[in-house]
Design a protein around this ligand. Structure first.
Ligand code: 3HC
Length: 692
């Protein structure tokens, strides 16, 4: 075996050369890996004893893509394009041996090999779209030549990882070899290629599928139409589609030019920068500086949930989905039956759409047990309280749980903002008390805010983080403060949205600006959806707020056919003349001089205070890092991924501009806009949140 460089080795066995890459963690195509590939293949080609070349990787995976950390830096080493040309033009067959994942540039390298073999557990994909990119190393031109335009469109716009057996079916791999025997299998395959005198297959030369697809231009129009909602705001899906269109309509080299041009445009644009930042933020968020990965965890095989409402039921589903038994406790049989009924309905809906089988519905329901007695929680490993937000009620429950639950059981609350230290204080085991703030609907929303109270133990935190991963959530560890991270920042936006309306903006103007920014809906449409009467008490209502007046008019949101908006029979929202009059009357009554607002003003008023609040949260240590706040907002509140999150956004706008606006707002409207000291400090130092 010869070392080619620090990350590549070449061994020759008989007449087969085996080029092995070893660049942990994921064999990304760093300059070293590219050099290793170029030199290794060249050396094997030059060796007269070698008749075929197998490319294989050490570690957990085949090449998982370009090295994202190198993006934006100065180019070093062999270019990927040159490496691919060397491989594709090799006079000796090159066979890619795939395990783990062949993703992005990794699959693109494999597509310049003449053959591909994989173990059954391997997966292939072009996930660049998730980084706001497109496959920039010929992937958009080679993939459709094998799988056809329709499948290629799906793969490049979803970034899905396709399992090896499916890849075999599609022709993306040529053979499956035994699990754990990739090296032997690939060598045997190479020998067959030689023995059979099989040709040096170049994907770039395949033309049949492109010729057939050219007769069906409607493929693209249909695909755009079906995906329009999902793609809204994102540039990368459309650019990916254009590349596949180019593959169908242009000669290979011309198609490559289109790919290159569009790739560079995305790579240097703001969306991909935000999405690449998100990729790393999603991985950082799991890391807690003072809790090492080997901190012990508490086994959680059974979970108790208090409350069978929407929240409790949704939470229960998360656990049943991964085979963890759940006991849900309610006070009344009727409420319990209703809650269990909703869970069953949710599962059945998923089954009717093909998400799970009828048997899985039954299996999961069998894991969820109802009870009317908290005593049934004596043996569970963790309890999650999910009753309504009242401190006295929660304290009473925790006192009881402390007496009932076995020593070592974790006592969690799903509060969305109450003081968890106060809740923990009624127990004799504050170290076991933690916040697990799920977002509604809890069986769907990805975010989990894990709230660390003063005495929460590291074991309990580590257990909760690991459990979050197991149930498919993305978890951010936050500290105790009113509203925690997400709702605390939301409070700023909600307050300003309401105030803007009382100063003369219309709800639909505020909503439109935020929707166009990329949120799934604006705050007023959201209120209508949730119901304006949440927390509204008819008997106490005295027209003091806009909400009171609307509720008094029975405009309680979508469910009554009217709220801030009017709703037609298809539940489509329309600006409402009634609401407009209510607002105008309200303004007259309150003596305010109404004015008009530009879209930019609306955006600044709604979003800049969020950035400022994020800065306060950071300096108080309630979030570990700025990017954690962004993860919370992307996954819990619909902040558009291509805009990073409030903190990333703040850096992009420029903190000096945000600070100046906050000062201006403070001078004209009061201290709720007082700049965070951290914001002042960062501006003074010429830094951004990214530098923290
Ligand atoms: N470049 C640089 N670092 C990468 C990387 C990449 N392409 N892929 C993963 N990493 C790093 C991660 O940041 C992480 O680092 P950390 O341990 O310091 O946090 C480490 O590798 C392990 O990654 P994961 O925690 O994600 O490990 P998993 O085992 O859960 O997942 C994976 C492995 C499925 C390969 C996943 O990492 C992944 O999806 N990677 C990205 C794949 C991708 O997007 N490829 C396309 C890149 S763009 C491209 O190729 C452009 C080309 O068309 C020109």
């Amino acid at each position: 075996m010869t070392a080619i460089n620090a990350v590549a080795d070449l061994a020759v066995e008989g007449d087969i050369a085996i080029l092995t890459l070893n660049s942990p963690p994921v064999n990304a195509l760093s300059s070293g890996v590219r050099d290793g590939l170029a030199l290794g293949v060249a050396q094997a080609v030059a060796d007269p004893a070698v008749k075929a070349i197998v490319l294989i990787c050490e570690g957990r995976t085949f090449i998982a893509g370009a090295d994202i950390t190198e993006f934006g830096g100065a180019a070093k080493g062999a270019s990927l394009f040159d490496v691919q040309t060397t491989m594709e033009n090799s006079p000796k067959p090159v066979i890619a041996a795939i395990h783990g994942t062949a993703l992005g540039g990794g699959l693109e390298v494999a597509l310049t090999c003449h053959y591909r073999v994989a173990v059954p557990s391997a997966r292939c994909g072009l996930p660049e779209v998730n980084l706001g990119l497109l496959p920039g190393a010929g992937g958009t031109q080679r993939l459709p030549r094998i799988v056809g335009a329709e499948k290629a469109l799906e793969m490049v716009t979803t970034g899905q990882h396709v399992p090896a057996p499916k890849c075999l079916e599609m022709g993306l791999v040529d053979a499956i070899v035994d699990e754990g025997k990739l090296r032997e299998g690939a060598i045997a395959f190479a020998k067959q290629v030689l023995a059979g005198g099989r040709p040096l297959k170049k994907v770039r030369d395949l033309q049949d599928k492109m010729d057939a697809d050219r007769a069906h231009p409607e493929i693209f129009a249909n695909f755009r139409k079906v995906g329009a909602r999902k793609f809204r705001g994102f540039l990368a899906p459309e650019y990916n589609i254009q590349c596949i269109e180019a593959a169908v309509n242009l000669p290979f080299d011309e198609g490559l030019k289109v790919e290159r041009k569009l790739f560079m445009e995305l790579m240097t644009g703001p969306q991909s920068a935000a999405q690449r930042y998100t990729f790393f933020a999603e991985r950082q968020v799991w890391k807690v500086p003072d809790i090492s990965d080997d901190t012990p965890t508490i086994p959680v095989n059974t979970v108790g949930i208090i409350g069978a409402g929407t929240m409790g039921g949704g939470i229960a589903m998360n656990f049943a989905n991964v085979g963890i038994a759940v006991t849900i406790v309610e006070m009344k049989q009727e409420a319990l039956d209703r809650g269990l009924g909703v869970i069953r309905k949710n599962y059945e809906r998923t089954a009717s759409r093909g998400g799970i089988t009828a048997q899985q519905v039954e299996d999961r329901m069998a894991l969820i047990k109802g009870s009317l007695s908290m005593d049934d929680l004596a043996t569970v490993d963790m309890v999650i309280e999910a009753v309504f937000e009242r401190m006295d009620v929660k304290k009473e429950i925790f006192e009881k749980l402390d007496a009932i639950c076995k020593p070592g059981a974790i006592l969690a609350t799903n509060t969305s903002g109450l003081n968890i230290d106060e809740i923990a204080s009624v127990t004799k085991r504050p170290e076991a008390v933690i916040g697990l703030h799920f977002f509604s609907p809890a069986n769907v929303m990805k975010l989990l805010e894990i709230v660390r109270a003063d005495h929460t133990s590291k074991e309990v935190i580590n257990t909760s983080m690991k459990l979050a991963k197991k149930i498919g959530k993305i978890a951010a560890l936050v500290g105790v403060c009113p509203g925690f991270v997400g709702n605390r920042i939301l409070g700023q936006r909600q307050r300003e949205a309401q105030k803007l309306v009382l100063e003369g903006a219309m709800p639909w103007d505020v909503d439109r600006v935020l929707y166009d920014f990329g949120f799934p809906m604006g705050p007023f449409a959201m209120s209508d959806l949730a119901g304006l009467d949440i927390g509204w008490v008819k008997e106490k209502s005295n027209g003091a707020t806009l909400r009171d007046v609307l509720c008094e008019l029975d405009r309680r949101g979508q469910k009554t056919g009217a709220g801030y908006y009017d709703y037609d029979e298809n539940r489509v929202a329309h600006p409402s003349a009634v609401t407009e009059k209510v607002i105008k009357d309200f303004i007259v009554k309150s003596g305010v001089n109404p004015r008009t607002f530009t879209d930019e003003e609306i955006l600044e008023r709604c979003l800049y205070p969020m950035v400022n609040e994020g800065a306060k949260i950071l300096e108080e240590g309630k979030a570990i890092r700025a990017s954690d706040i962004d993860i919370v907002w992307q996954n819990g509140y619909g902040w558009p991924v291509y805009r990073g999150g409030p903190m990333w956004f703040g850096d992009q706008v420029g903190l000096p501009k945000i600070l100046a606006k906050m000062k201006e707002f403070q001078a004209t409207m009061g201290d709720q806009f007082k700049p965070a000291p951290l914001l002042e400090k960062l501006v003074a130092e010429g830094k951004g949140f990214k530098d923290l």
